[in-house]
Design a protein around this ligand. Sequence first.
Ligand code: HEM
Length: 515
Amino acid sequence: MFSDMSALSLLLLILLVSTIFVYTKNVVLRKETGIPGPRGWPVIGNLPLLNSESIVHLTLMNLAQKFGPLYQLRLGMLKVLVISSPDLAKEILKNQDASFAGRPFTLLGELVFYQRQDMIFAQCDDNWRLMRKLGSELMSSKAVQQQQVSRHETMMTAVNLLLECQQKQLIDLREELLDIIFYHMSKLLLGKRLTGGMSAAKSSECNGRKNLSQLIRAVASLPFLVLGECFPFLRWLDVGGAEATFVQVHREFDSFISDAIDALRREATSDTPEEQGFMQTLLSIQHTEEGKNMTDLQIKCLINDFLMAGVETTTGSIFFVMAELLRNPDVKEKLVKELDEVVGRERVVEESDLINLKYLKMVIKETFRLHPSLPLLLPHESTVPTTVGGYEIPKNMQVFINIYAIQRSPELWESPNSFKPERFANNPVDMKGQDFCLLPFGAGRRQCPGMGIGALMVEITLATLLQMFEFSLPAGMKPEDMDMTEKAGVTSSLVYPILVSVTPRLSPNLCSMQT
Ligand code: HEM
């Protein structure tokens, strides 16, 4: 009993001292920087604004209306700078790119991404540079071109999986898309041999992979903020169980990737370059000048990064295009007409057709504008003290670039919340990081290295699915009945699933299987 009391007193004392420490630090911070921002509570600061239910990018967009395009928040012990204008985004991501290319400490990075030794969560050090270089080479235009046959096979697999789905009355659109993209990414990363062909994609062998794709989804849907990051001394409480989920995800991914490395090393093969995945390429150059003696850990980090960063973003982008098409039948009709005119109905769309599918590109751009996969990009961090917009920014300040707010700003876009692909008809704005009003892949040295392959996957998947199938809402449901309420989480998603029926538009015989 006595020892229980002492433990309790000690705990209370620690809490009291920490409280005074955090409060003093926060007051000093505000006085130091003079950056505008909402008044916060003692100790917890502005945390009540971002509870687990809140859609963080929406809340931050609303705050920008009051505090302007540059303001700060205090989230427990964290200091966060929020940017909501293209000029300031350019300042951070271009003019002062090097000073803001850091990544803050996050439990996700620590527990799921190999103690932040990977590309996504590492600071811009030599290790990051090596992984970024090798990652970019793996996804160069030449390499992407080489995988064209593999992508075509994936598309045919997708069509056949959906043909089976037509027997079901309704399918969950996002889940089906997740299966397709996860299958493709597995093939891209691990190679055809380990991923298996069409039959494996449907068999129980696939259950392990399906489990992994669901884990990626689970991570993406976790709350934006983990309490242990705002108050490191409370980490042991693991409120909400995020840490436990992270540890489980890491264990499963690490064993999946380690098994794949072992399997590739064990079995010598004569796989063609098109059949090889990134992992096999990395293993074959590992001990050469080109591979810079990269370690197994670095290989694991890259594969883990690509799976985690590539699957959910690509799936979500395709999902939101489909959702907007279901809500806007006139746009869908125009798009399908374009496909019939450019490709016809006697053959399946090919990648060489994409350049002529101008309206498809406009539809995708408009969807990226309204529904960016990562509405706040990934968090950046200042690596040196600097000045932005006339304010002094201390070192180690976390920075959120709210591209959701920028891409829906009424000052930049007419009818910003309406879905109008035509706005891009005579508008040269592109998404590659040169125009700071449209940044779905970010910009600067932390820009998405998978942009080329991600955008291509979005285009070819949509072109194939829309050419081959008619997707319809459940009988009696009108487009305006669709519930587009957003769900809290790191990536964009909706609270309610979108259920659709699938009917073939063209003869399935067009898709002769080659897997
Ligand atoms: C349509 C699909 C995709 C979208 C919208 C997207 C978007 C993004 C965004 C916004 C960032 C953060 C940029 C920043 O912090 O400033 C990012 C980072 C990243 N993405 Fe993507 N991405 C997509 C697909 C992919 C794919 C297919 C891969 C890999 C195969 C990938 C790999 C990465 C990696 C490794 C990073 C971290 C880069 C670093 O920190 O140096 N992404 N992506």
